[in-house]
Write a new protein. Sequence first.
Length: 229
Amino acid sequence: MPKGLNEKALAARERKAATKEGKDKEEAKAKEDAFWREAGEGAKSKAQAKRDEEAARRAETAAKKAEAKRLADEEEAAISKPKPKPGKVAGPKVTHHELALTREADSAAAAEAARQRQLEARREVDEASYSRLVESENTNRQEDAVEARSMEAAIDALGSLSTSEPAVDKHPEKRMRAAWQAYEAANLPLLKMEKPGLKQSQYREMLWKQWQKAPENPVNAAAAAAARK
């Protein structure tokens, strides 16, 4: 048991003992007075009356001290008593339906994120492909040969034109880079106005698809000239 509790218990016992002692004295004094009254003592002497008055005053003082100490002990106990911890506030209950909706929303968000990653990866691959074609210099002869084979049909058609028609460029692919840059510079601002908010790579991808069929494309111009024959 803590020391503080032992002291409080001892003080309480002392108060009870003092109170009991005072009561016992009062009862004994009352019995004594009653005895002498019955014996015919008569009126008390002044000395006895003074002693009785002092005894009563001491008893009253002791009782007041005991009561004051009791009140002080109770107040101290109330202050030192630990306050109860506030209970946890229970949150709102979630129904099975709400849980199912939450899981569905999470699954849909994950699927959409995966789809966006796939689209972004595809855009990056497409942009890398045509950027290498448009922006890189064709300094390697093997690359030139591959590009030439892809346009072989259009070049052969140009070579078979009659001399009465205007001369046609035999190597339109060599003008591809300059023509593409001019086409991009002219049409990119218009495309941004028509479809605001896209990425630069998305704009270039759209322009590149349009460029494949644009009359400004030297290959398309050569093919059109061959078709007119």
